[in-house]
Design a protein around this ligand. Structure first.
Ligand SMILES: Cc1cc2nc3c(=O)[nH]c(=O)nc-3n(C[C@H](O)[C@H](O)[C@H](O)COP(=O)(O)OP(=O)(O)OC[C@H]3O[C@@H](n4cnc5c(N)ncnc54)[C@H](O)[C@@H]3O)c2cc1C
Length: 452
């Protein structure tokens, strides 16, 4: 094995990883394709470029990303330290001067004489398989990994496990769903007694609890009002480079709705196979929610991949009976995003199960967001260091912490990974039930920091 660790990609995750490894006295070779090659969203010559908003979100501990940042401060994250130092006024949010931030990260990494920065595109003259043969590699090339390297990554992990677009539906907390309206059950479970009387149907439907799905029935009036708002709601702007291909694989619900008033009722909101326990009859339409984490604390809206603005998602989807007071832990997004199916491929230290000298970090693992990418870079690096030193034990963060819960979420066997940002829904619930959201988040944050 060579006397260095290779990192591919000098973005947020790769830069954090480089620091964490180098400060342990281990040599780092950091491959960054800029300034020779730029992705469609990058333009700055420095490392750790912030490609869009300059906000690292809230600093409050009652905000999941605020908690994650605090955990990263306690773990000596270089990038969060520099973000704090280069902050610009933004209320309780941490926003940075993006140019100064990237320049400072680059300067700090260049100061460390055991980091060698190599400005080359891996997949062009240097190849992934050769780097992997040489020693420990962290792949941190982000949501816009170059085409050449994407090809080499899919050769490594298999074609079906590398995705290029992210079409995610919103996710709500289970406790915020009105279970006086919602009912449990898979399609057709409730219609088995079709010819029996209505009272029997009602009883049967009531008795199903904890199936994989929660169903939200709608009558004609509710459905038509919802449909009308949906087709008139405001969508988020896509980047130029995303416009061409984004909708090829997966149609947003608002576009599907525009095809006709009944299109959704014959598609994702099909009521066939359901009986509303309140009426004993088939509803006019049904929205299904599917369990999203192993604790069953968060549920996604099935078929609701959307490009609506976040505020519009809250307004329009809260019109669905049973979601009036829903807490949205994550909004739906549709964007260009290269990521691997980590649920199958990685463990909760971001280590590739098939070749344990390979780690992935950053958005390519299915974590989503600046701070989340930094956190995965830090965890992958700590574990790469252990591997380098021949320490068998892995450094796994408790899933009671946000940093650990994220690693746990993306690596837990599921249908197929939906990228995830920091949110309180992925933490195991508290022992006590606390209705007040702020107080609940405070307790979850205290528990996380105690655990860390
Ligand atoms: C257009 C866009 C807007 C976004 N906006 C936000 C936002 O506002 N807020 C937010 O929290 N998150 C946002 N994200 C999501 C994400 O958090 C950021 O993309 C974040 O930068 C991801 O960090 P990363 O380290 O995984 O990847 P990046 O920061 O993108 O770093 C990857 C690095 O790898 C390099 N690279 C790629 N291929 C190769 C190769 N073959 N060889 C060598 N180097 C290579 C790239 O040049 C880049 O420097 C956005 C993503 C995109 C694409």
């Amino acid at each position: 094995m060579k006397d260095y660790i290779t990192i591919i990609g000098g973005g947020l995750a790769g830069s954090e990883a480089a620091y964490q490894i180098a400060k342990n006295g281990i040599n780092v070779r950091l491959y960054e394709m800029k300034p020779k090659v730029f992705s469609p969203a990058h333009s700055n010559h420095n490392l750790a470029e912030i490609v869009c908003s300059n906000s690292f979100k809230s600093n409050l501990h009652t905000n999941a990303c605020g908690l994650l940042k605090e955990e990263l401060r306690l773990l000596d994250s270089l990038l969060i330290k520099i973000a704090d130092e280069t902050a610009v006024p933004a209320g309780q949010a941490l926003a940075v001067d993006r140019d100064v931030f990237s320049r400072r990260v680059t300067e700090e990494l260049k100061k460390m004489d055991n980091i060698e920065i190599i400005n080359e595109e891996v997949g062009d003259t240097k190849h992934l398989r050769d780097l992997i043969d040489e020693g420990i590699v962290i792949i941190a090339t982000g949501p816009l990994t170059s085409d050449k390297l994407s090809k080499e990554i899919s050769e490594l992990i298999g074609n079906n496990d590398l995705h290029f677009y992210d079409a995610a539906a919103p996710i709500v907390t289970r406790d915020s769903i009105d279970m006086n309206i919602a009912f449990w059950g898979d399609r057709y479970d409730q219609e088995r007694a079709k010819e029996e009387d209505v009272e029997l149907w009602k009883e049967m439907a009531k008795n199903i609890v904890n199936s994989d799905y929660i169903n939200l029935p709608m009558n004609k009036d509710e459905y038509e009002k919802f449909w009308n708002e949906l087709i008139n709601s405001e969508v988020a702007k896509l980047h130029e480079f995303e416009k061409r291909e984004i909708f090829e694989g997966c149609m947003p619900i608002e576009i599907m709705a525009k095809r006709g008033i009944d299109t959704l009722r014959f598609g994702p909101l099909k009521p066939v196979g359901f009986t509303d326990p309140r009426t004993g009859y088939r509803p006019y339409a049904v929205v299904q929610l599917r369990q999203d984490n192993k604790e069953g604390t968060i549920y996604n809206l099935v078929g609701f991949q959307t490009n609506l603005k976040f505020g519009e998602q809250k307004r329009v989807f809260s019109m669905i009976p049973g979601l009036e007071n829903a807490e949205f832990e994550k909004y739906g997004v549709m964007h260009r995003n290269t990521y691997i199916d980590s649920t199958k491929l990685l463990d909760n230290t971001y280590n590739y199960k098939q070749k344990n000298n390979v780690f992935f970090a950053g958005q390519i693992t299915g974590v989503e967001g600046y701070v989340e990418s930094i956190s995965s870079g830090l965890v992958a690096a700590i574990n790469a260091v252990n591997k380098f030193k021949g320490i068998d034990e892995k450094k796994v963060f408790s899933n009671l912490t946000m940093i650990g819960a994220l690693a746990d979420y993306i690596s837990t066997q599921n249908d197929r990974l939906q990228p995830m940002n920091a949110n309180f829904g992925i933490l195991p619930p508290l022992d006590e039930k606390i209705r007040d959201k702020k107080l609940r988040y405070e307790k979850l944050a205290d528990r996380a920091l105690d655990n860390l």
